[in-house]
Design a protein around this ligand. Structure first.
Ligand code: HAM
Length: 423
């Protein structure tokens, strides 16, 4: 029978990657919590309507990237393509905003999009996100960007570019959409097939086209269409970012791939990611989303970062830990009759807080000793027939190349003291 392979567009996190992976997740939690964000989890699948309404019917995500299925009762469900709509549903559904405003939450977990897989683009990927729900303030738009900035700084990621823009209010967006339609309509016959569709359905996305880049360069700029108040709001976000020492570049072509944004939007780009996958993360303000989902109007802002892409960049920069040792001590039996005795000694050492790997295989002792290196052990405890009969163990200090016989009563104490000396 053929071996079963992992589904396309997925990957396993195996021990060699695990320390780096955990560093990425733990550091994000630490930084978010430094700003008072609390950890939340929401379901991996939601009703399809949440995303159709929230992310937007005409977006690429909803049109062609969702993993949608029916449950046994015929209800349409979708594996979440992003975390904002579900988090907002969870927070507002539990009325958390009535206890405290804003509600500050962070999350980490798998998301699913059926995009053509390639490096940094998967069907299942992991996002780290934060959402700040219930208040509209330039200081909070700046706060979420500062959190991501501090996170990347703590990871030692250099070469990052923060691109920021504003999409203004719903009215501003409507006017901008009209301006784009007037500009692009006479060019219709020269546009690529995708752009012709975008012109009908989602004109803002025309700005994302790589094929029709020459038209994008001449297209109307949102800044010129914005209402004065929207401009003042964006200026305050920029002032706050300057004050925080965050290096932001204004780019009026950033429109984002999800429909719920208003005012501030941003993306973190990195030079070592190319083309469509150059974004390590992105986010922005989404004051209209709560109402779209049927809740009372509630302003909010947030971001999400892609862990697989950050891992690619951080690996290239060499800023992440390599595989970590499994244990400080290897306890091994010489022959099978001593295996339970060896297991018992391992247990005693672990209760003293020592990380122990047990080897009760029937390999030869010299092979087992070689395995100690792979485990990362500094001390090996050997239980052979003689040791078992004498109620003792042989303790080998790998660094000092010395070995002594120790009675079981003294075993924990002497191993702990050897490890202390080696540290
Ligand atoms: P997004 O820009 O669609 O925003 O996704 C955020 C990040 O997720 C991307 O920058 C990228 O790093 C990662 N990502 C997206 N798709 C893939 C994929 N197929 N494979 C690997 N990584 C991927 C959002 O999802 C919004 N919910 C962000 C947000 C939060 N806005 C406000 N609050």
């Amino acid at each position: 029978m053929p071996e079963i392979a992992a589904p396309r567009g997925t990957r396993d996190i195996l021990p060699a990657d695990a320390p780096a992976w955990r560093r990425l997740l733990d550091t994000h939690a630490e930084v978010a919590e430094l700003f008072g964000y609390a950890y939340v989890e929401t379901p991996v699948f939601e009703s399809t309507e949440l995303f159709a309404r929230g992310v937007g019917q005409e977006t690429d995500i909803v049109e062609k990237q969702m993993f949608t299925f029916e449950d046994r009762g015929g209800r349409s469900l979708t594996l979440r393509p992003e975390g904002t709509a579900g988090t907002l549903r969870g927070v507002l559904g539990a009325r958390l905003d009535q206890e405290q405003r804003p509600v500050r939450v962070h999350y980490a977990g798998p998301m699913f999009r059926a995009e053509r897989p390639q490096a940094g683009r998967q069907h299942q990927f992991t996002q780290l996100g934060i959402e700040c729900i219930g208040e509209r303030s330039a200081a909070l738009d700046s706060e979420v960007i500062e959190i991501a900035w501090l996170y990347f700084t703590r990871l030692g990621i250099s070469g990052l570019q923060l691109q920021v823009n504003t999409l203004g209010t719903g009215d501003d967006r409507r006017r901008y959409r009209e301006a784009l339609v007037s500009y692009y309509t006479p060019l219709r016959d020269q546009l690529c097939e995708d752009c012709r569709r975008r012109l009908e359905l989602n004109p803002l996305r025309l700005l994302d086209c790589k094929k029709d880049a020459r038209f994008v360069a001449e297209a109307p700029v949102i800044w010129d269409i914005l209402d004065g108040e929207s401009q003042i709001y964006f200026e305050s976000v920029l002032a706050s970012l300057r004050d925080a020492g965050v290096d932001a570049r204004v780019n009026h072509r950033i429109v984002r791939g999800l429909d719920y944004y208003t005012d501030t939007v941003f993306e973190f780009w990195h030079e070592s990611l190319h083309g469509a996958q150059n974004s390590l993360g992105g986010g922005g303000r989404y004051d209209g989303l709560a109402q779209t989902l049927g809740f009372a109007p509630t302003p909010a802002t947030g971001y999400a970062l892609g862990v697989e892409r950050i891992l690619l960049v951080a690996r290239e920069l060499g800023t992440l830990p390599g595989p970590s040792p499994n244990g400080d001590v290897l306890v091994c039996s010489v022959e099978p009759p001593q295996s339970l005795r060896a297991a018992s000694d391992a247990r005693a050492l672990r209760s003293a807080g020592v990380r122990v790997v047990l080897d009760v295989s029937d390999r030869r002792l010299d092979r087992k000793l070689r395995a100690a290196d792979r485990v990362g052990a500094r001390v090996v405890v050997i239980v052979g027939e003689e040791e078992a009969a004498a109620d003792a163990a042989s303790v080998r200090d790998l660094a000092a190349h010395s070995q002594q016989r120790i009675s079981r009563a003294q075993l924990v104490e002497s191993v702990v003291s050897l490890l202390g000396r080696a540290a």
